[in-house]
Design a protein around this ligand. Sequence first.
Ligand SMILES: [Zn+2]
Length: 268
Amino acid sequence: MKTIKSKRALAFDAKRAARFEARGVRVDNITGATVGLLGKADASCTLCDHAILWQYVLHLSMEGKTTETFEPVGSSCIQSWADSLPHSEAQAAILAALKLAVEEANVIKARFRAINALVKREKLAEVQGRALVAFYSGPPSIRDNIFLADVAYKAVDNGGFVGRQWETWERALDRAFVAFDSRDEIRAFIARAQAAIDSGRVEASPRGDTLLDILGKLEKFDAFYSDRQKSFFIALLEEAEALEVEPTQDEFAFGANTTDYDEKELPL
Ligand SMILES: [Zn+2]
């Protein structure tokens, strides 16, 4: 039996189809997919403009090993699109990934109910309840922070924060949100450091190893540990960027045989 769709649903289907087509996504070139839960906030679905609250990200693997990413997307949008696909391994992968991400959202909804109940019973102050809701609504980089997750879990499960836990946790949560908001800045620093590595300046820098060490952490955590670490990293980066280095092999090859090369000013 064919499902009868409302005009409204058909309009969403048409928009979604157009957006997929614009990015070269067709039924016959999808090889797989992953779906992740981004977080909870007012937004509109990037595939159909429908207002959504729970935001998901859809990564589609395509033939030719490229990936197309759509975010934020609503779960029902992914569901109705995936349902309409021909039965295939790709369809099964999309539906399975969506199911996992929706289950994650359901676990969070249960946490919200527990938090509300604790606020009502005055086991949590309202400000604490709001902070916990903000934490569980946050992006994966915040929700997956081991310290934040561990303390939040215990606070909800044991009926409140204990001792100095609340103050420490609230400060760490603030830092995590600040770090999340500064992602673009972090990416720019990583790109600058990469350019300094490519030009050989980091290797030539006396404190290049320290720079690489902090860069590794920056790439891993997407955030500086502290303002002090940030200023230190900038100082190391500027120190490396200011170095005059010999041109790399490729640039060098051209002038390598000229006798007066050493007298020439080396290109920066
Ligand atoms: Zn949608």
